[in-house]
Design a protein around this ligand. Structure first.
Ligand code: PEP
Ligand code: MN
Length: 343
Protein backbone atom coordinates (compact mmCIF):
# COMPACT_ATOMS: atom_id res chain seq x y z
CA UNK A 1 0.00 0.00 0.00
CA UNK A 2 1.04 3.53 -0.69
CA UNK A 3 -0.06 6.70 1.08
CA UNK A 4 0.06 9.89 -0.95
CA UNK A 5 0.24 13.01 1.20
CA UNK A 6 -1.46 16.26 0.21
CA UNK A 7 0.64 19.00 -1.37
CA UNK A 8 0.09 21.12 1.74
CA UNK A 9 0.80 18.31 4.25
CA UNK A 10 3.17 19.38 7.00
CA UNK A 11 6.22 17.44 8.23
CA UNK A 12 4.20 16.76 11.36
CA UNK A 13 1.43 15.13 9.27
CA UNK A 14 4.06 12.97 7.53
CA UNK A 15 5.70 11.97 10.82
CA UNK A 16 2.31 11.08 12.31
CA UNK A 17 1.53 8.72 9.43
CA UNK A 18 5.01 7.13 9.69
CA UNK A 19 4.52 6.58 13.43
CA UNK A 20 1.16 4.97 12.81
CA UNK A 21 2.73 2.58 10.28
CA UNK A 22 5.43 1.67 12.81
CA UNK A 23 2.80 1.09 15.52
CA UNK A 24 1.18 -1.41 13.19
CA UNK A 25 4.52 -3.25 13.05
CA UNK A 26 5.46 -2.21 9.50
CA UNK A 27 8.15 -0.02 7.99
CA UNK A 28 7.36 3.42 6.48
CA UNK A 29 9.39 4.76 3.56
CA UNK A 30 8.71 8.47 3.08
CA UNK A 31 9.70 9.57 -0.43
CA UNK A 32 9.60 13.32 -0.91
CA UNK A 33 8.79 14.19 -4.52
CA UNK A 34 8.72 17.42 -6.52
CA UNK A 35 5.08 18.08 -5.55
CA UNK A 36 4.19 15.80 -2.71
CA UNK A 37 5.50 13.12 -0.40
CA UNK A 38 4.42 9.52 -0.79
CA UNK A 39 4.90 6.95 1.94
CA UNK A 40 5.48 3.32 0.98
CA UNK A 41 4.79 0.57 3.49
CA UNK A 42 6.86 -2.61 3.67
CA UNK A 43 7.02 -5.50 6.07
CA UNK A 44 3.31 -6.29 5.78
CA UNK A 45 2.66 -9.92 4.85
CA UNK A 46 -0.73 -9.16 3.28
CA UNK A 47 -3.06 -6.29 2.51
CA UNK A 48 -3.41 -3.48 5.07
CA UNK A 49 -6.82 -2.17 6.01
CA UNK A 50 -6.76 1.28 4.41
CA UNK A 51 -9.58 2.57 6.66
CA UNK A 52 -7.07 2.92 9.51
CA UNK A 53 -5.52 5.92 7.76
CA UNK A 54 -8.65 7.52 6.37
CA UNK A 55 -9.13 10.28 8.92
CA UNK A 56 -5.53 11.27 9.41
CA UNK A 57 -4.72 14.89 8.49
CA UNK A 58 -2.56 15.55 5.42
CA UNK A 59 -3.42 12.37 3.52
CA UNK A 60 -4.61 12.80 -0.07
CA UNK A 61 -5.03 9.17 -1.09
CA UNK A 62 -4.41 5.62 0.02
CA UNK A 63 -3.52 3.50 -3.02
CA UNK A 64 -3.12 -0.26 -3.20
CA UNK A 65 0.13 -1.05 -5.04
CA UNK A 66 -0.55 -3.26 -8.03
CA UNK A 67 3.02 -4.36 -8.76
CA UNK A 68 5.03 -6.93 -6.79
CA UNK A 69 7.53 -4.16 -6.02
CA UNK A 70 6.70 -0.89 -4.35
CA UNK A 71 9.69 1.30 -3.59
CA UNK A 72 11.26 1.11 -7.05
CA UNK A 73 8.01 2.09 -8.70
CA UNK A 74 6.92 5.41 -10.16
CA UNK A 75 3.59 4.80 -8.40
CA UNK A 76 5.43 5.72 -5.21
CA UNK A 77 7.75 8.36 -6.67
CA UNK A 78 6.78 9.82 -10.05
CA UNK A 79 9.90 11.93 -10.57
CA UNK A 80 13.33 10.53 -11.39
CA UNK A 81 15.69 9.73 -8.54
CA UNK A 82 18.92 11.71 -8.71
CA UNK A 83 21.88 10.25 -6.88
CA UNK A 84 24.65 12.62 -5.81
CA UNK A 85 28.19 11.30 -5.62
CA UNK A 86 30.72 14.07 -5.02
CA UNK A 87 29.82 16.67 -7.63
CA UNK A 88 28.38 14.06 -10.02
CA UNK A 89 24.62 13.53 -10.32
CA UNK A 90 23.40 10.17 -11.63
CA UNK A 91 19.85 10.21 -12.99
CA UNK A 92 19.83 13.94 -13.82
CA UNK A 93 20.09 15.63 -17.23
CA UNK A 94 23.78 14.74 -17.61
CA UNK A 95 24.91 11.33 -18.83
CA UNK A 96 27.55 10.04 -16.41
CA UNK A 97 30.52 7.95 -17.53
CA UNK A 98 32.35 5.56 -15.20
CA UNK A 99 35.54 4.05 -16.60
CA UNK A 100 38.62 2.13 -15.58
CA UNK A 101 40.15 -1.32 -15.66
CA UNK A 102 38.23 -4.50 -14.92
CA UNK A 103 40.55 -5.16 -11.99
CA UNK A 104 42.98 -3.25 -9.82
CA UNK A 105 46.22 -5.06 -10.68
CA UNK A 106 48.85 -2.80 -9.14
CA UNK A 107 49.21 0.76 -7.92
CA UNK A 108 51.07 1.85 -11.07
CA UNK A 109 48.52 0.31 -13.44
CA UNK A 110 45.61 1.81 -11.52
CA UNK A 111 47.01 5.34 -11.22
CA UNK A 112 48.07 5.34 -14.87
CA UNK A 113 44.62 4.29 -16.14
CA UNK A 114 42.85 6.66 -13.73
CA UNK A 115 44.82 9.54 -15.24
CA UNK A 116 43.92 8.39 -18.77
CA UNK A 117 40.19 8.21 -18.09
CA UNK A 118 40.18 11.44 -16.07
CA UNK A 119 41.82 13.38 -18.87
CA UNK A 120 39.38 11.89 -21.38
CA UNK A 121 36.51 13.21 -19.26
CA UNK A 122 35.24 10.22 -17.26
CA UNK A 123 33.24 11.24 -14.19
CA UNK A 124 33.91 8.22 -11.97
CA UNK A 125 36.69 5.65 -11.79
CA UNK A 126 35.94 1.91 -11.76
CA UNK A 127 38.15 -1.04 -10.85
CA UNK A 128 37.55 -4.31 -9.07
CA UNK A 129 39.46 -5.15 -5.88
CA UNK A 130 37.30 -8.22 -5.21
CA UNK A 131 36.72 -10.14 -8.43
CA UNK A 132 33.98 -12.75 -8.81
CA UNK A 133 35.64 -15.11 -11.30
CA UNK A 134 34.13 -18.07 -13.09
CA UNK A 135 37.25 -20.13 -12.36
CA UNK A 136 38.73 -20.42 -8.86
CA UNK A 137 42.17 -20.39 -10.53
CA UNK A 138 41.70 -16.96 -12.16
CA UNK A 139 42.97 -13.74 -10.55
CA UNK A 140 40.66 -13.01 -7.63
CA UNK A 141 41.63 -9.39 -7.05
CA UNK A 142 43.93 -7.64 -4.57
CA UNK A 143 41.23 -7.31 -1.90
CA UNK A 144 41.83 -4.69 0.78
CA UNK A 145 45.14 -3.70 -0.81
CA UNK A 146 43.17 -3.00 -4.02
CA UNK A 147 40.75 -0.76 -2.13
CA UNK A 148 43.67 1.23 -0.73
CA UNK A 149 45.04 1.67 -4.25
CA UNK A 150 41.62 2.86 -5.39
CA UNK A 151 41.59 5.42 -2.59
CA UNK A 152 44.95 6.71 -3.90
CA UNK A 153 43.52 6.86 -7.42
CA UNK A 154 40.62 8.95 -6.14
CA UNK A 155 43.01 11.31 -4.43
CA UNK A 156 45.18 11.65 -7.52
CA UNK A 157 42.37 11.96 -10.08
CA UNK A 158 39.60 13.58 -8.04
CA UNK A 159 37.22 10.96 -9.45
CA UNK A 160 34.83 9.12 -7.10
CA UNK A 161 35.30 5.34 -7.01
CA UNK A 162 32.94 2.51 -7.89
CA UNK A 163 34.04 -0.99 -6.94
CA UNK A 164 32.43 -4.35 -6.33
CA UNK A 165 31.56 -6.10 -3.08
CA UNK A 166 31.16 -9.84 -3.48
CA UNK A 167 30.11 -11.07 -0.05
CA UNK A 168 29.33 -10.23 3.56
CA UNK A 169 33.03 -9.92 4.31
CA UNK A 170 33.96 -7.49 1.55
CA UNK A 171 30.93 -5.21 1.71
CA UNK A 172 32.00 -3.47 4.92
CA UNK A 173 35.44 -2.72 3.47
CA UNK A 174 33.99 -1.58 0.14
CA UNK A 175 31.52 0.69 1.94
CA UNK A 176 34.41 2.29 3.80
CA UNK A 177 36.63 2.92 0.76
CA UNK A 178 34.29 3.32 -2.23
CA UNK A 179 31.87 6.06 -3.23
CA UNK A 180 29.52 3.57 -4.90
CA UNK A 181 29.17 -0.10 -3.94
CA UNK A 182 28.84 -2.33 -7.00
CA UNK A 183 26.91 -5.59 -6.75
CA UNK A 184 27.68 -7.86 -9.67
CA UNK A 185 25.50 -9.84 -12.03
CA UNK A 186 26.34 -13.09 -10.25
CA UNK A 187 25.10 -11.65 -6.97
CA UNK A 188 21.89 -10.02 -8.18
CA UNK A 189 19.85 -12.56 -6.26
CA UNK A 190 22.17 -12.94 -3.28
CA UNK A 191 19.44 -11.73 -1.00
CA UNK A 192 21.58 -11.54 2.15
CA UNK A 193 24.10 -9.35 0.28
CA UNK A 194 21.31 -7.16 -1.12
CA UNK A 195 20.01 -6.62 2.41
CA UNK A 196 23.52 -5.73 3.65
CA UNK A 197 23.83 -3.21 0.81
CA UNK A 198 20.46 -1.85 1.91
CA UNK A 199 21.93 -1.07 5.31
CA UNK A 200 25.03 0.56 3.83
CA UNK A 201 25.36 4.33 3.66
CA UNK A 202 26.67 4.53 0.11
CA UNK A 203 24.80 4.33 -3.21
CA UNK A 204 24.60 0.89 -4.78
CA UNK A 205 25.22 0.03 -8.44
CA UNK A 206 23.15 -3.10 -9.02
CA UNK A 207 23.98 -5.13 -12.11
CA UNK A 208 21.32 -7.18 -13.82
CA UNK A 209 21.71 -10.93 -13.38
CA UNK A 210 22.60 -12.70 -16.60
CA UNK A 211 19.22 -14.38 -16.82
CA UNK A 212 17.11 -11.96 -14.81
CA UNK A 213 13.74 -10.73 -15.99
CA UNK A 214 12.78 -7.10 -15.47
CA UNK A 215 10.61 -8.03 -12.48
CA UNK A 216 13.46 -10.00 -10.87
CA UNK A 217 15.80 -7.05 -11.45
CA UNK A 218 13.32 -4.65 -9.83
CA UNK A 219 12.76 -7.00 -6.90
CA UNK A 220 16.51 -7.19 -6.29
CA UNK A 221 16.57 -3.37 -6.12
CA UNK A 222 13.52 -3.55 -3.85
CA UNK A 223 15.51 -5.73 -1.40
CA UNK A 224 18.11 -2.96 -1.09
CA UNK A 225 15.54 -0.18 -0.79
CA UNK A 226 13.37 -2.07 1.70
CA UNK A 227 16.29 -1.81 4.14
CA UNK A 228 16.30 1.97 3.80
CA UNK A 229 18.95 2.63 1.13
CA UNK A 230 17.09 4.38 -1.69
CA UNK A 231 20.18 5.26 -3.74
CA UNK A 232 20.15 2.39 -6.20
CA UNK A 233 21.55 2.66 -9.73
CA UNK A 234 20.46 -0.14 -12.06
CA UNK A 235 22.91 -1.45 -14.65
CA UNK A 236 22.23 -3.49 -17.79
CA UNK A 237 25.30 -5.64 -18.55
CA UNK A 238 24.05 -8.16 -21.06
CA UNK A 239 22.15 -11.39 -20.68
CA UNK A 240 22.72 -15.00 -21.74
CA UNK A 241 21.15 -15.91 -25.05
CA UNK A 242 21.93 -18.36 -27.86
CA UNK A 243 23.91 -15.67 -29.69
CA UNK A 244 27.58 -16.56 -29.82
CA UNK A 245 28.97 -13.59 -31.76
CA UNK A 246 28.95 -11.68 -28.49
CA UNK A 247 29.88 -12.56 -24.87
CA UNK A 248 26.41 -11.53 -23.71
CA UNK A 249 23.43 -9.98 -25.48
CA UNK A 250 23.19 -6.35 -24.44
CA UNK A 251 19.49 -5.78 -23.87
CA UNK A 252 19.13 -2.06 -24.51
CA UNK A 253 15.36 -2.32 -24.65
CA UNK A 254 15.43 -2.63 -20.88
CA UNK A 255 16.36 1.07 -20.61
CA UNK A 256 12.98 2.45 -21.78
CA UNK A 257 11.27 -0.47 -20.00
CA UNK A 258 12.86 0.59 -16.70
CA UNK A 259 12.14 4.27 -17.30
CA UNK A 260 8.46 3.57 -17.81
CA UNK A 261 8.01 1.76 -14.49
CA UNK A 262 10.73 3.01 -12.17
CA UNK A 263 12.16 6.31 -10.97
CA UNK A 264 15.62 4.74 -10.50
CA UNK A 265 18.50 5.65 -12.82
CA UNK A 266 19.74 2.99 -15.23
CA UNK A 267 23.19 2.84 -16.78
CA UNK A 268 24.67 0.44 -19.33
CA UNK A 269 27.85 -1.67 -19.29
CA UNK A 270 28.75 -2.25 -22.95
CA UNK A 271 32.03 -3.95 -21.95
CA UNK A 272 30.60 -7.02 -20.21
CA UNK A 273 27.53 -6.62 -22.41
CA UNK A 274 29.52 -7.48 -25.53
CA UNK A 275 32.89 -8.82 -24.37
CA UNK A 276 34.56 -7.57 -27.55
CA UNK A 277 36.47 -4.32 -27.88
CA UNK A 278 35.12 -3.48 -31.34
CA UNK A 279 31.53 -3.55 -30.09
CA UNK A 280 32.03 -1.29 -27.09
CA UNK A 281 31.96 2.12 -28.78
CA UNK A 282 28.95 1.38 -31.03
CA UNK A 283 26.93 0.00 -28.12
CA UNK A 284 27.97 2.96 -25.92
CA UNK A 285 26.59 5.34 -28.53
CA UNK A 286 23.41 3.26 -28.74
CA UNK A 287 23.07 3.32 -24.94
CA UNK A 288 23.12 7.11 -24.86
CA UNK A 289 20.67 7.21 -27.77
CA UNK A 290 18.24 4.90 -25.98
CA UNK A 291 18.17 7.11 -22.89
CA UNK A 292 20.62 5.51 -20.46
CA UNK A 293 21.66 7.71 -17.54
CA UNK A 294 25.24 6.62 -17.84
CA UNK A 295 27.82 4.09 -18.92
CA UNK A 296 30.39 1.94 -17.17
CA UNK A 297 33.27 1.11 -19.51
CA UNK A 298 36.41 -0.97 -19.08
CA UNK A 299 39.63 0.75 -20.17
CA UNK A 300 43.16 -0.67 -20.06
CA UNK A 301 46.39 0.67 -21.52
CA UNK A 302 47.94 -2.81 -21.86
CA UNK A 303 44.92 -5.03 -22.50
CA UNK A 304 47.08 -7.92 -23.70
CA UNK A 305 48.62 -8.06 -20.23
CA UNK A 306 45.38 -7.46 -18.30
CA UNK A 307 44.66 -9.99 -15.55
CA UNK A 308 40.98 -10.01 -16.49
CA UNK A 309 38.73 -8.99 -19.38
CA UNK A 310 41.53 -7.67 -21.63
CA UNK A 311 39.65 -8.47 -24.88
CA UNK A 312 36.82 -6.07 -23.99
CA UNK A 313 38.96 -3.20 -22.68
CA UNK A 314 39.12 -0.01 -24.72
CA UNK A 315 42.52 1.56 -25.19
CA UNK A 316 42.77 5.03 -23.59
CA UNK A 317 42.85 6.80 -26.99
CA UNK A 318 39.72 4.95 -28.19
CA UNK A 319 38.01 5.84 -24.94
CA UNK A 320 38.91 9.52 -25.39
CA UNK A 321 37.55 9.43 -28.93
CA UNK A 322 34.34 7.78 -27.72
CA UNK A 323 33.87 10.45 -25.04
CA UNK A 324 34.13 13.10 -27.71
CA UNK A 325 31.50 11.33 -29.84
CA UNK A 326 29.18 10.92 -26.87
CA UNK A 327 29.47 14.62 -26.00
CA UNK A 328 28.24 15.42 -29.50
CA UNK A 329 25.58 12.71 -29.52
CA UNK A 330 23.96 13.40 -26.14
CA UNK A 331 22.30 16.73 -27.09
CA UNK A 332 20.36 14.93 -29.85
CA UNK A 333 18.46 13.10 -27.10
CA UNK A 334 18.25 16.22 -24.90
CA UNK A 335 21.04 15.14 -22.57
CA UNK A 336 24.56 16.39 -22.11
CA UNK A 337 27.93 15.10 -21.01
CA UNK A 338 30.02 17.34 -18.86
CA UNK A 339 33.13 18.40 -20.82
CA UNK A 340 36.41 17.03 -19.65
CA UNK A 341 38.42 19.43 -17.47
CA UNK A 342 41.30 19.15 -19.96
CA UNK A 343 39.29 20.40 -22.95
C1 PEP B 1 32.70 -6.13 -13.46
O1 PEP B 1 32.09 -5.05 -13.57
O2 PEP B 1 33.93 -6.19 -13.45
C2 PEP B 1 31.91 -7.38 -13.43
C3 PEP B 1 32.43 -8.50 -12.92
O3 PEP B 1 30.70 -7.26 -13.97
P1 PEP B 1 29.44 -8.28 -14.04
O4 PEP B 1 29.02 -8.50 -12.62
O5 PEP B 1 28.45 -7.51 -14.83
O6 PEP B 1 29.91 -9.52 -14.72
MN1 MN C 1 35.35 -7.07 -16.07
Amino acid sequence: MLIVMRVDATQEDIDRVCRKIEELGFRPHAMPGANRTAIGITGNPGAIESGQFEDMPGIAEVIPVTQPYKLVSRELKPDNTEIHVGNVVIGGPEVVVMAGPCAVESEEQTLRIAEHVRSAGAHLFRGGAFKPRTSPYSFQGLGLEGLKILAKAREASGLPIVTEAIDAESIGMVEEYADIIQLGARNMQNFALLRSAGRARKPVLLKRGMSATLDEFFLAAEYIMSEGNYDVILCERGIRTFADHTRNTLDLSIVPAVKRISHLPIIVDPSHGTGKRHKVAPMSRASVAVGADGLIIEVHDQPEKALSDGPQALLPESFAELMEELRRLAPVVKRSIRPSPDH
